[in-house]
Design a protein around this ligand. Structure first.
Ligand code: APR
Length: 239
């Protein structure tokens, strides 16, 4: 049964923190991915040009780690919000895992790409790709080897679907930021863009204050698996 909450155009930015309760590492926590790997060795176009085997291996390991990882109550709460709220919901995730999809969210875009997809650097074609990639992997379209890369946005590259994101931020009346440290732009700047419209309520839901915490009208701290379902329940019950 759909319910009319007081908000009708909701944009939700998610980061690695929403997947932490599913067992996936974040990036900047003490045990995060960037504590074990240097970004310049595994997550830039230069790294890929210098040592494709190392970069492909990094993403092969992360892709394999997705097997058996399930959405947590935070992902399910956002899928429930999309299902039960009569308004428009868009999840803009920085995450490259598939946990929002597994939880049932459909109004979703991956601004930093997706682990389970690969792209041909020659044709730019994108393929669903559950398996490993290596330098001899052939492009299914052009047949070339040495051209297949993870469909991941590396540092220094332009995030995906920015036009769609910017127009959603312009229109929204509720902006939620969940599980992100606010370290990486342009995502870290979304709250400022929303504030400039003067039309939206802004809420940060995170384990601890992010870099941009003071820019949010409301802050809720705790594990996403706990605070997100509570927030969604309150949103829907106020309808
Ligand atoms: N519940 C809620 N928040 C959590 C939890 C949890 N269980 N565990 C950690 N967090 C918070 C941390 O406090 C931190 O603020 O999630 C945030 C994770 O921050 P990062 O590790 O920096 O991840 P993210 O913000 O998603 O990084 C953005 O940087 O490296 C790039 O492309 C990568 O998409 C990534 C981008």
């Amino acid at each position: 049964m759909s319910k009319q909450s007081r908000f009708s155009r909701i944009v939700i930015l998610t980061g690695a923190g929403i997947s932490a309760d599913s067992g996936l590492h974040t990036f900047r926590d003490p045990d995060g991915l960037w504590a074990k790997h240097d970004i310049n060795d595994v997550a830039t176009p230069g790294a890929y040009a210098r040592d494709p085997e190392r970069v492909l291996g990094f993403y092969n390991e992360r892709r394999r780690n997705l097997a058996g990882v399930e959405p947590n109550p935070a992902h399910h709460a956002l899928a429930r919000l999309e299902k039960e709220c009569r308004g428009d919901i868009l999840i803009v995730t920085q995450n490259v895992d598939d946990l929002h999809e597994k939880a049932g969210s459909r109004q979703l875009l991956h601004m930093h790409g997706e682990l389970r997809k690969a792209r041909c650097s020659h044709t730019e074609d994108v393929f669903v790709w559950p398996d490993d990639l290596n330098p001899t992997t052939q492009c299914p379209d052009c047949g070339r080897t040495g051209v297949m890369r993870p469909h991941i946005v590396w540092f220094g590259e332009m995030p995906l679907e920015m036009d769609r994101i910017e127009s959603a931020l312009e229109d929204c009346d509720l902006f939620l930021s969940i599980g992100t440290s606010g370290n990486v732009y342009p995502a870290a700047g979304f709250v400022s863009s929303v504030r400039m419209t003067g039309k939206a309520h802004t809420v940060e839901l995170n384990l601890e204050p992010s870099e941009g915490h003071s820019l949010f009208a409301e802050q809720i701290y705790g594990r996403a698996a706990q605070v997100v379902p509570d927030y969604v329940e309150a949103l829907l019950s106020k309808s």
